[in-house]
Design a protein around this ligand. Sequence first.
Ligand SMILES: *[C@@H]1O[C@H](CO)[C@@H](O)[C@H](O)[C@H]1NC(C)=O
Ligand SMILES: *[C@@H]1O[C@H](CO)[C@@H](O)[C@H](O)[C@H]1NC(C)=O
Ligand SMILES: *[C@@H]1O[C@H](CO)[C@@H](O)[C@H](O)[C@H]1NC(C)=O
Ligand SMILES: *[C@@H]1O[C@H](CO)[C@@H](O)[C@H](O)[C@H]1NC(C)=O
Ligand SMILES: *[C@@H]1O[C@H](CO)[C@@H](O)[C@H](O)[C@H]1NC(C)=O
Ligand SMILES: *[C@@H]1O[C@H](CO)[C@@H](O)[C@H](O)[C@H]1NC(C)=O
Ligand SMILES: *[C@@H]1O[C@H](CO)[C@@H](O)[C@H](O)[C@H]1NC(C)=O
Ligand SMILES: *[C@@H]1O[C@H](CO)[C@@H](O)[C@H](O)[C@H]1NC(C)=O
Ligand SMILES: *[C@@H]1O[C@H](CO)[C@@H](O)[C@H](O)[C@H]1NC(C)=O
Ligand SMILES: *[C@@H]1O[C@H](CO)[C@@H](O)[C@H](O)[C@H]1NC(C)=O
Ligand SMILES: *[C@@H]1O[C@H](CO)[C@@H](O)[C@H](O)[C@H]1NC(C)=O
Ligand SMILES: *[C@@H]1O[C@H](CO)[C@@H](O)[C@H](O)[C@H]1NC(C)=O
Length: 342
Amino acid sequence: MGASSFVPLNMIGVGFIFPFLIASCLSPHLAVAKDGVTRHYTLDVKMQNVTRLCHTRSIVTVNGKYPGPAIVAREGEWFKSDPEAIISQALQTGGGPNVSDAYTINGLPGPLYNCSAKVLEYAAGDGSSKQRPQFKPTLPALNDTSFVTNFSKNLRSLASNNFPANVPTKVDRQFFFTIGLGTNPCDRKNHTCQGPNGTMFAASINNVSFSMPTTALLQAHFTGQSNGVYNPNFPTHPLTRFNYTGNPPNNTMVSNGTKLVVLPFNTSVELILQDTSILGAESHPLHLHGFNFFVVGQGFGNFNPNNDPKNFNLVDPVERNTVGVPSGGWVAIRFLADNPGE
Ligand SMILES: *[C@@H]1O[C@H](CO)[C@@H](O)[C@H](O)[C@H]1NC(C)=O
Ligand SMILES: *[C@@H]1O[C@H](CO)[C@@H](O)[C@H](O)[C@H]1NC(C)=O
Ligand SMILES: *[C@@H]1O[C@H](CO)[C@@H](O)[C@H](O)[C@H]1NC(C)=O
Ligand SMILES: *[C@@H]1O[C@H](CO)[C@@H](O)[C@H](O)[C@H]1NC(C)=O
Ligand SMILES: *[C@@H]1O[C@H](CO)[C@@H](O)[C@H](O)[C@H]1NC(C)=O
Ligand SMILES: *[C@@H]1O[C@H](CO)[C@@H](O)[C@H](O)[C@H]1NC(C)=O
Ligand SMILES: *[C@@H]1O[C@H](CO)[C@@H](O)[C@H](O)[C@H]1NC(C)=O
Ligand SMILES: *[C@@H]1O[C@H](CO)[C@@H](O)[C@H](O)[C@H]1NC(C)=O
Ligand SMILES: *[C@@H]1O[C@H](CO)[C@@H](O)[C@H](O)[C@H]1NC(C)=O
Ligand SMILES: *[C@@H]1O[C@H](CO)[C@@H](O)[C@H](O)[C@H]1NC(C)=O
Ligand SMILES: *[C@@H]1O[C@H](CO)[C@@H](O)[C@H](O)[C@H]1NC(C)=O
Ligand SMILES: *[C@@H]1O[C@H](CO)[C@@H](O)[C@H](O)[C@H]1NC(C)=O
């Protein structure tokens, strides 16, 4: 095998960056899929004005489309306000970031927002334009966890010959990650500290809050300068065990670091994501770049390594690229780290 190529595998939720980096033993020029077919794409990636919910924003489009047709150029939620401004405001104040003011599926808001309803204007027989009241279904409350759980429990993949569910049955590496919020001390440098007790909110995984490096992680790997940029010692389990969803520890501080797990190419991974109640339980949606994964189990309270795996669905679980870690609960996912180029 020639040179190594590396796949950055970041899972990004609201403030979370997942610490995987996949080392590939394929040559970087060999962008060949498992089935040996080489596919060629022409992707015209450019900024373009896109309008949703009466707000127009310049956003990355692929072949003139948002979201893109063949690759997803911009993941995540649509905000009517500027998402960069929201992040920078949260970093500045030390408080929580504003939540999304517009929920979308595949980048589209659906007909239920006030602004989208305008699309349903029609011309009456006399030529005048009239608006009729729109029929709106009764939806569950945004915090109705029980409803959402019952609904999503019913989702299954087809697991047919045409659409097989290729769930990894053997697991090479297992990880247990706690996901949640903690605090950083107020460093008082040009910003306020609106977190609990005058601290700053900090998202963390296994109590490590990601410190953004100034050199790109992938670049550091390629140039062999990883040591100065990141440590490959991301903890596979929490260093301190506690009742993750029970009474929180008194010390809510997090540690900081640019830490990663480096996975050999084609490793099969099982990852348990456990919410913590340190600053209150919350549902944290997490996204895996470059891969789909299977959601093999989920539950409330603390994951039980003896009993819960018995109930994992390895037959027809849903295949996703984003999953919510249930508020005060856990979710188990499996994937094969076999994508040599994101
Ligand atoms: C997008 O809209 C802004 C103002 O609405 C305009 O200045 C800009 O030229 C537009 N950009 C493109 C690529 O059309
Ligand atoms: C966040 O929400 C607050 C309160 O609604 C608002 O005043 C502020 O402008 C918002 N921030 C951004 C960046 O949109
Ligand atoms: C939608 O419009 C109604 C009636 O004008 C208003 O009461 C409501 O606050 C609006 N909702 C949002 C999300 O703007
Ligand atoms: C949802 O929020 C409402 C108001 O904020 C509250 O009254 C209700 O108890 C909450 N429901 C759940 C299931 O937490
Ligand atoms: C969800 O299912 C459980 C168990 O079947 C039931 O007790 C609960 O009422 C359901 N919740 C909702 C909101 O339907
Ligand atoms: C403080 O923050 C403001 C707003 O972000 C910025 O304009 C200013 O340059 C900062 N001052 C220092 C000393 O960093
Ligand atoms: C905030 O400080 C008070 C008084 O020192 C203490 O009782 C409380 O536990 C602290 N809360 C947090 C979240 O650290
Ligand atoms: C964890 O905390 C929850 C909620 O307080 C409690 O019900 C549970 O028994 C605790 N678990 C353990 C192992 O202490
Ligand atoms: C937190 O501190 C209180 C009072 O200092 C103590 O009683 C309690 O046991 C501590 N809780 C934990 C989880 O350490
Ligand atoms: C997280 O790390 C900080 C800093 O090292 C430490 O003070 C705190 O006790 C740790 N918390 C947990 C839950 O491990
Ligand atoms: C983590 O980084 C923040 C921001 O740079 C700093 O204020 C804080 O003291 C650091 N925390 C630890 C435990 O090193
Ligand atoms: C990757 O692993 C899977 C399952 O373990 C195996 O079937 C496949 O042949 C492997 N692919 C490569 C390129 O090594």
